[in-house]
Design a protein around this ligand. Structure first.
Ligand code: FES
Ligand SMILES: [Fe+2]
Length: 364
């Protein structure tokens, strides 16, 4: 068996889209091994509590709301939004220890972020931004697919887009993606990895040909920014060859797409794969939205299938198995190094690298 997956604690993770959290249903999500229940107060504030009743461990997500309180569906222990128990059946005295943990939340850019770790430290750092997702100047399609694979495999996958050529051929991959060398930069102070691949003259994959209407070859820039541990951004700029985007990507003739993933570890070998595609063109065009939603979901599911398969392999391999890395892996290796440090800093020293160690070997 490979080493256990470690989680970086004292970090913000995307737990849901804001639209998923409401009053009709209590939403159950598990983040970094911690079961959570989410709902909104009557005034609309999102709340996250531990999803286990202190009495007999019944999941509060299988319970009901009474105003802003959760009434346990088993014997009626009732909790307020801070997780304090305010009612127990059959007696007046409420035990001092009758409370469940409540988790700090931040809502921004259409996401609900949860702080996993010491709640007292939540105010010391803010979740990273993905401003396009809630900006009316951009049109966004999004979704979430559950992965039966450890999160390290998804980090590896997203940091190395050369797999587009093989796993997503006919969708977003063309030969130039795998052929073009990358530049990688690690910012250890801010826990960011940047990987750029700039193709001056490349085939236009169906994903962009259909959504932009471009016929013929394109200049295609892929600039990845991974904010460890959770937020991944792919700044994609394309233009017909000869209409080069400006260095800052501001060229009005280019088509800009912001592809955002939130990589949220659920359990040791399951992950929430949140994905969103925001564009600054054809914003009003529902057909383009429908196409991008369907097409990108299919691409995500191609990754899900591959990573679920890979998880089965790495889960059964001994730690001693070696993988072989090449130039395309520099981004993924930088990400693993930062994740390992974040895990060590939060006291969960077992490495994530081992968890993904067999990935490249199995994929080659
Ligand atoms: S398990 Fe919740 S009240 Fe008994
Ligand atoms: Fe992929």
């Amino acid at each position: 068996m490979t080493a256990k997956t470690a989680f970086a604690r004292n970090q913000w993770y995307v737990v849901a889209y804001g639209t998923e959290v409401g009053r009709e249903e209590l939403l159950a999500r598990t983040v970094c091994g911690e079961p959570l229940v989410l709902y909104r107060t009557e005034e609309g504030a999102a709340v996250a509590l531990a999803d286990r009743c202190v009495h007999r461990r019944y999941p509060l997500s299988a319970s009901r709301l009474d105003g802003d309180r959760v009434v346990c569906g088993y014997h009626g222990f009732t909790y307020d939004t801070t997780g304090t128990c305010v009612y127990v059946p059959g007696q007046r005295r409420i035990p001092r220890t009758a409370r469940v943990a409540s988790y700090p939340l931040v809502e921004q850019d259409s996401f609900v972020w949860v702080w996993i770790g010491d709640p007292a430290l939540a105010a010391t750092t803010a979740p990273p931004r993905a401003p396009w997702l809630a900006d009316p100047a951009w049109a966004t399609v999004s979704g979430m697919e559950p992965l039966a694979a450890r999160y390290g495999l998804l980090v590896d996958n997203l940091l190395d887009l050369s797999h587009e050529t093989y796993l997503h051929g006919g969708y977003i991959g063309t030969p130039e993606v795998a052929e073009t060398p990358i530049t990688t930069e690690a910012d250890d102070e801010h826990n960011i990895v940047r990987v750029s691949r700039r193709m001056a003259d490349a085939a236009c994959p169906p994903f962009y040909a259909k959504s932009t209407g471009i016929e013929g070859r394109i200049t295609r820039w892929q600039d990845i920014e991974y904010h460890a541990p959770c937020l991944y951004q792919l700044h994609s700029r394309i233009a017909p060859v000869g209409v080069l985007p400006e260095e800052d990507g501001s060229d009005p003739n280019g088509f800009h797409t912001e592809i955002v993933y939130a990589i949220t570890p659920s359990t040791e070998n399951t992950t929430y794969d949140f994905w969103a595609v925001a564009r600054d063109f054809a914003q009003e065009d529902q057909e383009v939205s429908d196409f991008l939603h369907k097409f990108n979901r299919e691409v995500v599911l191609q990754d899900v299938t591959a990573l679920d398969l890979l998880e089965k392999i790495v889960a059964d391999e001994p730690d001693s198995v070696q993988e072989l890395s090449i130039n395309i892996d520099t981004g993924g290796l930088a990400a693993r190094r930062i994740l390992r440090r974040l895990c060590e800093e939060s006291g969960t020293a077992e490495g994530t690298a081992e968890g993904t160690a067999a990935a490249a070997r199995a994929a080659r």
